[in-house]
Design a protein around this ligand. Structure first.
Ligand code: UD1
Length: 430
């Protein structure tokens, strides 16, 4: 089993560069199949979710060529298959974007229900509701989702019952070539939703209002191939901000979009971070002792749920008691047991966590229970006294490019090793 071995106590210092946004990439790559010509996508993060998507696209008949470390040439003109089976779909959450993209391209799609991190119930009823409103027949049978719009998709007025990133993007994908006008209300406003709208508009779509509560789409007949660069990852940036503050270091974080980080930055400032945002970078250090802060996650522009585990490491080391309320996922706090092993005082009641700060954490063997929890374990290990071993690296690999390399460059004492076992979380003698 592979694991990370971290010797804590070194403040992070230096410069780190942020990669392309995972949650934009996993929507934009499937969207390229909708174009009538090839697309060149830049700033694609080198993470396992992207590798899986590209494998799926290649097996569907898309020409996938890596032109540079983060640049892919994608030509979906030869695409033949419109069925994505269980084995492929289960490997990641975002396989559901092939529903919207294939529906737009072929008028039909069949994709197995998606996998992804276990953050609680992850239904796709809002995606299916949007497809149905656009005139598509949807059925779910033996874990496969079948969408059929052989009579053509027609614009519709759709009001979502819940704010969903996935459903908003999938509805946009399906509606761009639907006949007439589509209005989507109560939509998600995350930067990656806007990024997907931007590439579709560059392809020739007519989408207005992305980033607000209402998106209006006038259907077009064709989409052309484009060259496009994905936005920087706000959560990767937030993770390094949290790590720099937690370890009491001084880090310059390059390749960011400051506007996308406003909420994260303002909340981490309240926790004791000193953060200066420049045009494309952030300077991050700790102002003094870490401070308890109450947090509640909300859809954008609220505090993102995907930053909760990393932020709670700061709160675990803060003076005072913090209450963190999770507004999106029921299983967000599955990592609480792991942080407790390191000495954190962390009680969880449903979607609420109460964290009483301690002076220090101590190294322990811990597991990543999901992608962001894995990042939190690493930050905790960087701060802890002694050796921390973090298992479950397949989660971290899903969303962090070269996490170990970037942390090492900032002076962290961290190694990725294979302990030669097939599991378990044994602590090596230090
Ligand atoms: C995306 C992100 C994920 C992030 C989440 C919330 C990707 C690949 N993943 O996930 O990292 O944590 O946004 O910012 O972009 N819901 C329904 N019915 C639906 C769809 C969603 O009830 O049809 C519920 C979910 O159970 C959840 C909430 O809506 O409680 C938000 O989910 P959603 O925004 O759809 O999350 P994802 O797109 O899966």
């Amino acid at each position: 089993m592979e694991k990370l071995v971290i010797r804590g106590g070194r403040p992070l210092q230096g410069i780190v560069s942020i990669g392309g946004a995972k949650n934009a990439a996993v929507a934009i790559l499937p969207a390229t199949i909708m174009a009538d010509g090839p697309c060149v996508i830049d700033n694609v993060p080198d993470i396992s979710d992207v590798h899986i998507l590209l494998e799926i696209m290649s097996s569907m008949g898309v020409v996938v060529r890596k032109d540079a470390p983060h640049t892919y040439y994608l030509d979906g003109r030869g695409l033949v298959s419109s069925v994505i089976e269980h084995e492929e779909a289960r490997r990641m959450r975002a396989s559901y974007y092939f529903l919207g993209a294939m529906l737009s391209k072929f008028g039909k799609a069949a994709v197995a229900l998606p996998g992804g991190c276990n953050l609680g119930a992850r239904p796709i009823d809002q995606h299916l509701k949007a497809f149905a409103a656009l005139g598509c027949e949807t059925t779910v049978d033996h874990g496969m989702v079948y969408c059929d719009a052989s009579h053509g998709l027609k614009g519709a007025h759709i009001i979502f019952d819940i704010v969903s990133v996935g459903a908003t993007i999938n509805a946009m994908l399906a509606a761009v070539k639907a006949e007439g006008r589509t209005v989507l209300q109560s939509v998600a406003k995350e930067p990656h939703v806007v990024d997907v709208a931007n590439i579709l508009n560059m392809m020739g779509a007519d989408i207005r209002g992305a980033g607000t509560d209402t998106i209006k789409i006038n259907g077009v007949k064709h989409l052309r191939g484009v060259d496009y660069a994905i936005i920087p990852d706000q959560i990767e940036a937030g993770t390094f901000i949290a790590a720099a503050v937690a370890t009491g270091g001084y880090v310059r974080i390059d390749n960011i979009t400051p506007k996308h980080l406003e909420t994260i930055v303002s909340r981490i400032r309240e926790m004791g971070g000193e953060i200066t945002l420049d045009e494309e970078c952030a300077y991050v250090r700790r102002r003094g002792p870490l401070l308890a802060t109450n947090l509640r996650t909300m859809p954008h522009p609220g505090f993102p749920t995907d930053m909760v585990p990393q932020a709670t490491v700061l709160l675990a080391l803060a003076e005072g008691t913090s209450v963190v309320q999770e507004g999106i996922w029921s299983n967000r706090f599955r990592y609480a047991d792991e942080l407790r092993r390191m000495g954190a005082r962390f009680t969880v009641d449903g979607k609420t966590a109460i964290i009483s700060g301690v002076d220090s954490l101590s190294g322990a063997p811990v597991a990543s229970t999901d992608l962001r929890a894995g990042a939190a374990m690493v930050i905790a290990g960087l701060c802890a006294k002694g050796v921390t071993e973090v298992g479950g690296l397949e989660y971290i690999d899903r969303g962090y490019e070269n996490f170990v390399g970037k942390l090492k460059a900032l002076g962290a004492d961290i190694e990725r090793i294979d302990d030669g076992t097939d599991g378990g979380l044994l602590v090596r003698e230090a």
